[in-house]
Design a protein around this ligand. Structure first.
Ligand code: ZN
Length: 194
């Protein structure tokens, strides 16, 4: 008898958007009873989507199992990474982790929707590690066109997954914060699953 996928043990990485399209970045990492979400973006509509203001990811997968969701992790403050939060947080409300600037953008956005006092925002700094169920996640500085961006090293029972976020290898970023190649290469040498 085959085990149904929903009950199988093992690491699942499920993009709810953001692959092969601009915007809508949102990825689910699931292992056993734990889920962490990376980013929560929206997409501005294509010209043929008449009458539509914004496009947000389909989070049915999450609203079907809200008790598993440990956190939303944000890589940076662009709309295509945080824009869907006001809509998603009405349905699931886990703690949100991000750097100070990224969460600053989030707070402003949530104020517009009168949600800013109803959410649990947790500021992290690059190289901070947070434990979330079976996952342990390190934030890694990356340079990008918006400051205070991070990539993530997500340690899972099956190995480490690197999620770079959006980045560029800019040696002279406006804020002087270089992509943390030392940390990325430390993970590279130790071995990375994906
Ligand atoms: Zn970006």
């Amino acid at each position: 008898m085959e085990t149904p996928i929903s009950d199988s043990i093992g690491l699942k990485i499920i993009p709810l958007g953001g692959l092969g399209e601009i915007g809508l970045n949102m990825a689910v990492f699931e292992y056993g009873d734990d889920i962490v979400i990376v980013d929560c973006g929206l997409m501005f509509p294509e010209p043929d989507m008449l009458g539509i203001d914004i496009v947000i990811p389909d989070i049915t997968y999450l609203t079907d199992r809200p008790e598993k969701v440990r956190a939303i992790l944000l890589t940076h403050g662009h709309e295509d990474h945080i824009g869907a939060l006001p809509f998603v947080l009405r349905q699931i409300n886990p703690p949100i982790y991000g750097t100070a600037l990224t969460l600053g953008f989030v707070k402003e956005k949530l104020k517009e929707y009168e949600l800013d006092n109803k959410v649990d925002l947790r500021v992290v700094r690059p190289r901070d590690v947070v434990d979330l169920g079976v996952f342990s996640v390190e934030f890694i500085r990356v340079a990008h066109s918006i400051v205070d961006g991070c990539g993530l090293a997500i340690a899972t029972p099956e190995g480490v997954v690197i999620h770079t976020g959006d980045f560029k290898l800019d040696q002279t970023p406006v804020d002087g914060e270089l992509t943390d190649l030392a940390t990325f290469s430390r993970y590279g040498e130790a071995g990375v699953l994906a």
